[in-house]
Ligand binder design. Sequence first.
Ligand code: SF4
Length: 278
Amino acid sequence: MEARLNQMELFPTEQDPRPPESVSWNLWHGCTKVSEGCRHCYMFRRDEAVGRDPAVVTKTQSYSLPIRILRAGEHRGRYKIPSGSCFYTCFSSDFFHPAADGWRPEAWDMMRTRADCTFFFITKRPERIAGALPPDWEDGWEHVTIAVTCENQAMADRRLPVYLALPLCRRSVMIEPMLSRMDLRRYLETGRIAEVSVGGESGPDARICDFDWVLDVRRQCVEYGVGFSYHQTGAKLLKDGRLYEIPRSRQHEQAKKAGLDVPGTRSRFVLHGDMPGE
Ligand code: SF4
């Protein structure tokens, strides 16, 4: 039978001796498509391959991961995820999807409780953020970064004005999958964007990403002193007039080999793994 924990064991007071981790926290799963960037959403691809309806949003088994407590072992009584860890959140849904409105307050509670960790998530629904923030959000929580993703100029022009007006400690823009040349100067010049990360599209039907588009956005970021990261090439990269087909396993590595990353003065996150829309 499971042993009962006393109060001392539940809340150890000495510093957590374990190293911090980078963990995925997919607290709900399922989504609905909102724009061109969603066309080849990897979550849809994977769900449909196993006969599951990707448009049905459900809580996952890892919903309460940040506040789970170890019940046995050397670190019994501590949180399962060590202090200082980074949670990469909601990569098989959208944190601001309307179907999750009833669960989100509890998700904020968990993030508030784990202010000793950081949380990072990306949305294509910035217009829903203002009405979905917790009551004590004020100018933003330092340990929570909400990034917005824009796949082309039209979505940048629709989403960035809304996003830049939000109370956020830190603003990060993802251009992924990059589907067009983009002019971000009027948004970068506000000084409100800390970093921009660019990537191509993955998967069997991936659309082409032109390396010139990537270099162009990088030039704009350098011009305005904004951090830039070339996250991954995507499966089809057009470079110097030649189309390269790049296997999934090499897309991150090839992008890093391009050596384009420019750390912003305030840059702090490192992206990894698959993201929605890849
Ligand atoms: S790409 Fe993102 S927003 Fe679009 S359907 Fe997939 S999870 Fe939802």
